[in-house]
Design a protein around this ligand. Structure first.
Ligand code: J2J
Length: 543
């Protein structure tokens, strides 16, 4: 454990190897933006189209981040401090994140959908000193949420609001006069904490360094052909690892291109923006890719600027993948990645069959991939097994989670992804399934344990198990099997869902279906059999 990092990092011999190979180049995010601003100050870095179109040149973004960094520093935010950032796809997101990068404070990337339970956990677990929010987003008042979160988060000193501040501090009020150059972080230090999809009761925090993340951006840019002419449309929430780095908005800024923020992912909003802003590239989860494919057939908008659409985050069916290129008139690339590190892409010069039937190859020649059986022995080539990986941008441990790290990583530092894959003769990976206890709801990850713990607190519930059931559009939906207490007033399915909602969790985690059962199917060893529950899942929901 390196002091100040609070997580296991790469052993020296690996770090040296990655430096020698030129993967880690000693850059930082703050330095990168400054260099771009010097090299091409007047090029447009960022477009926030709504409610009225705002743009930032590279010089303007660099200056805004620098001034805000000085303002944050004047309010006591320092190197290594954690700051929970929960902003939708708005220009302030980039200003805030680069300001924190410049100080060496660590953004903790919450999603706009997160609510009281998740945010309170992020703030208290990370001992965040500040929390950055919009005022109202998608009809939800984040200022009230922040007031509630503050009560449970003693370390939280500041809430900054992009917009009308209410009882908190407006971002625009943070003093902007530079207080002299800031010391800034070192390239091997942490840049931010990303969230894990999670398999346990609470999300783990993923410590990413400047060196490792910038390498994943550079590698992604090369594979996807991102350059100064790229106009990347950020459709998914900007805080998620996929639209951030694969190649995403950070990759686009690294290459000197233009980032266009899309406020909503629906085809009506997004297609109008593609037409108006001449977007060339974007990244989508499979359900959105389906929706876009169907809507494009109507031909109402000019999508001819689009060159490449990346699809990933969950399994993209071959049938759906075949329809994308003809419908959108651009190239498809599949991406299989994870916030912990490893990202695989199909390649621009792969044959069309490979693009629709595989999830691609790792970014780096130094990504080590093992496919193993339940006893960690390599399976025969072409067989499927558990994917283990280590490499120049894959973490060696979660942040402040020594116990969990013992099972999530092998002794020699491979991350246990929990994914079941096989490798084709060309080396491409195909995702066959999942061994981890996680539900992938169209790319949004749900940890059953987290939701089970909430439902267990219901006074009428004796026991509960949350499983995935197939869904045509999302790939998977959630189904809660509930055993009621014999003596209790039986609730309805709707009441169980309302109970979860009232506890304050992201809406995508509320069970889609609730079924009341007398007992769970058990495996031979007496554990609840999730497979057994799935196989009985075809029965209709009870009222
Ligand atoms: C099947 N499962 C997939 C795919 C991810 C790029 C793209 C996605 C993510 C992401 C990301 C999949 N087919 N194409 O961070 O940079 C499932 C796997 C994986 C988990 C990681 C990126 N692409 N998955 O989805 O951290 O189970 O990252 O382990 O949210 O999503 O989830 P997450």
């Amino acid at each position: 454990m390196t002091p100040g990092v609070d997580a296991p990092t790469w052993p020296d011999e690996f770090a040296e190897r990655y430096r020698r190979a030129g993967h880690w180049r000693g850059e930082t995010f703050g330095g990168m933006l400054r260099e771009r601003a010097v090299a091409h100050p007047d090029r447009i870095a960022l477009v926030d189209p709504e409610p009225e179109r705002r743009t930032w040149t590279y010089r303007e973004l660099d200056e805004a981040a620098g001034r805000l960094a000085a303002g944050f520093a004047a309010r006591g935010i320092g190197r290594g401090d954690r700051v929970v950032v929960q902003l939708p796809n708005v220009g302030e997101f980039a200003e805030v994140v680069f300001a924190l990068f410049r100080i060496g404070a660590l953004p903790v990337f919450a999603l706009p959908a997160h609510r009281e339970t998740e945010i309170t956990h992020f703030c208290s677990f990370s001992e965040a000193v500040a929390y950055v929010i919009p005022d109202v987003h998608a009809g939800f008042d984040h200022r009230d949420l922040a007031t509630r979160v503050r009560r449970h988060s003693p370390a939280l000193r500041e809430v900054f609001v992009a917009g009308e501040p209410g009882p908190h501090t407006a971002l625009s009020e943070v003093p902007r006069d530079p207080a002299g150059p800031l010391p800034g972080p070192q390239p091997h230090e942490l840049a931010f904490l990303q969230l894990s999809g999670g398999t346990t009761g609470v999300s783990k925090l993923i410590p990413r360094t400047h060196d490792d993340y910038l390498y994943s951006l550079r590698g992604s840019n090369e594979i996807c052909g991102v350059d100064a002419d790229t106009r990347f449309l950020v459709v998914l929430p900007a805080a998620h690892n996929f639209p951030m780095s694969s190649p995403g908005w950070l990759g686009t800024l690294y290459a000197g291109g233009t980032v266009v923020l899309c406020p909503k992912p629906d085809p009506t909003t997004a297609f109008a923006l593609i037409e108006r802003e001449r977007a060339t590239m974007t990244g989508l989860v499979p359900p959105l890719a389906l929706l876009w494919t169907d809507s494009a057939a109507r031909g109402e908008r000019d999508l001819s600027s689009l060159e490449l659409v990346l699809v990933g985050g969950a399994k993209y069916s071959e049938q759906a993948a075949r329809r994308l290129e003809p419908a959108l008139g651009c190239k498809l690339m599949q991406v299989f990645g994870m916030a912990e590190g490893l990202v695989n892409y199909t390649r621009l010069d792969d044959d069309p069959e490979t693009v629709v039937t595989t999830q691609g190859l790792p970014i780096s020649p130094d990504d080590e991939v093992r496919i193993v059986d339940d006893s960690d022995r390599d399976v025969a080539e072409g067989e499927f097994g558990h994917l283990l990986t280590r490499g120049p941008y894959t973490i060696r441990g979660y942040w402040r989670a020594p116990e969990h790290n013992k099972s999530a990583f092998t002794e020699d530092g491979f991350y246990r992804t929990g994914d079941i894959v096989r490798r084709t003769p060309s080396g491409h990976l195909v995702v066959e399934g999942r061994a981890k206890d996680q539900i992938n709801r169209g790319g949004e990850k749900v940890a059953p344990e987290e939701i089970e713990n909430i439902i267990l607190a219901h006074p009428s519930v004796h026991d509960v198990s949350l499983v995935a059931v197939p869904d045509e559009y999302l790939g998977e939906r959630t189904l809660a099997h509930v055993i009621l207490r014999a003596d209790a007033e039986p609730p309805t399915a709707a009441q169980i869902k309302a109970f979860v909602r009232e506890r304050g969790v992201a809406a995508y985690k509320i069970p889609d279906l609730v079924r009341f059962v007398d007992a769970f199917p058990h495996t031979g060893v007496g554990k609840v059999s999730k497979k057994g529950l799935r196989s009985v899942a075809a029965f209709p929901e009870q009222p």
